[in-house]
Design a protein around this ligand. Structure first.
Ligand code: ZN
Length: 422
């Protein structure tokens, strides 16, 4: 399958892009290649597909359920009781809804952590996105649950997957997963060449409890377990000092900032991006799940990330728009070890076309600034992933049915009744 995108803007210049199979084969002026599909790119700009560094896709089912609560109460009173009732079918439709939302706002790849691996995998296979899907591990410091979790991971890791999808190990957090399990996961990841995806240093409470229970802050605790490694992706990392940033950098650990959920859950607003960047840490940006963010609109998360840096530092030069865009493209690709994140020959054909006829682009001094600070995710009208069109003219095939099923599943799960539910 070949595709030619004609006369599209790349870094301000009109170019043609020839896609052959899964890869971008050529980028240049007036290409003469014959292609099965030709797309007129006039009045459009091309950008790499966005890469969502941390989410829980099926949590679209809990959007707006239990809002405005602290993290610990939100998890304990709202989310975990409902998640016990989740069926595979619910997770399948919730994940599909997440995929629709991500595609509509330009995301072509995401890093997921959720339970019920098989329906998540099935949904993502069908939707055509690229993803690293984590098999979530909780053992709550109990041997029987640890054994169950090990069997689950072994089963999930063996499921057949297309080349678009990779497996990762996803221990939930240091307060839900024992040190022994974290070490087992670290060894398994090394042996299997897999990524490990973990929440860390998200709240002051988590930090204080880590000091109380392990005698060490969260990063120092991981360091003491000897599991800091280049395959480790840490979501959040709000509570880290200079020495801990150095520990993460020295061990090649990756960090994903989730500004919207950090703000909404009141977890904190000080993410030390400039210090991490200076130390050489690759920083990505995630939306977190739709239950806490409350959407999966990654360009919006990039904007909030940039504004937060400027705000808490009182420095308008902190995290410029170009950095924010890099976090959701190149850095995301580095973190997930995929050959994407840039529009150039030899890269995977994961890209978006942005409609330049929308108002944020009418005054065009600075495309990147307009994209990050002015536009909405819905400025993307076409999404291509792995050389296949996932959205054209803002429409994702099957989206109406997906929204209907996901809405029904969410109501059933939460026993929501109009006028009664909260
Ligand atoms: Zn999360």
């Amino acid at each position: 399958m070949s595709m030619l995108i004609k006369n599209v803007r790349l870094d301000g210049q009109p170019v043609d892009i020839f896609i052959n199979g899964r890869y971008i084969e050529k980028v240049g002026e007036r290409l003469s290649e014959e292609a099965a599909t030709v797309i007129d790119g006039s009045n459009k700009a091309v950008v790499p597909g966005f890469i969502n560094g941390h989410t829980h896709s099926a949590m679209t089912l809990f959007r707006g359920f239990g809002d405005d609560l602290p993290l610990e109460r939100w998890l304990g009173e709202k989310i975990w009781p409902c998640e016990k009732r989740l069926s595979e079918d619910d997770v399948y439709w919730g994940t599909k809804l997440a995929c629709v939302e991500m595609i509509k706002t330009g995301t072509t790849c995401f890093n997921d952590m959720y339970m019920h691996y098989p329906p998540v995998l099935k949904a993502v296979e069908e939707m055509g996105l690229r993803a690293t899907l984590g098999s979530t591990v909780f053992d709550f410091f109990r041997d029987d649950l640890a054994e169950k979790a090990r069997r689950q991971v072994e089963k999930d890791s063996c499921l057949p997957r297309s080349e678009r999808i990779s497996f990762s190990l996803a221990p939930h957090a240091v307060y839900t997963v024992s040190g022994a399990m974290l070490r087992w996961i670290g060894d398994l990841a090394k042996a299997g060449g897999w990524l490990v995806h973990l929440h860390l240093a998200e709240t002051q409470t988590e930090y204080d409890n880590s000091v109380r229970d392990f005698g060490l802050s969260p990063v120092r605790y991981l360091n003491s377990l000897k599991i800091l490694a280049p395959h480790l992706i840490l979501a959040h990392c709000l509570y880290v000092d200079d020495e801990e940033i150095k520990m993460l950098a020295d061990n090649g650990v990756k960090v994903v900032h989730n500004p919207n959920s950090n703000l909404k859950l009141g977890s904190g607003h000080v993410f030390r991006y400039e210090e991490m960047k200076a130390a050489g840490i690759t920083v990505g940006i995630g939306t977190d799940g739709a239950a806490t963010s409350n959407n999966l609109n990654l360009p919006e998360a990039a904007k909030i990330a940039a504004l937060l840096q400027k705000g808490w530092r009182r420095d308008p030069t902190a995290m410029p728009a170009g950095d924010a865009l890099k976090c959701i493209t190149e850095n995301g690709a580095d973190i997930l070890r995929i050959n994407a994140g840039k529009i150039e020959a030899g890269r995977l054909a994961d890209l978006c076309l942005v409609d330049l006829r929308s108002s944020p682009f009418a005054v065009d001094f600075n495309f990147v600034s307009n994209l990050i600070y002015a536009a909405y995710g819905n400025c993307v009208d076409t999404v291509i992933c792995d050389g296949k069109i996932l959205m054209e003219n803002h429409h994702v095939p099957g989206e109406e049915e997906i929204m209907r099923h996901a809405g029904a599943a969410a109501h059933r799960l939460t026993n929501f009744r109009h006028g009664k539910g909260k």
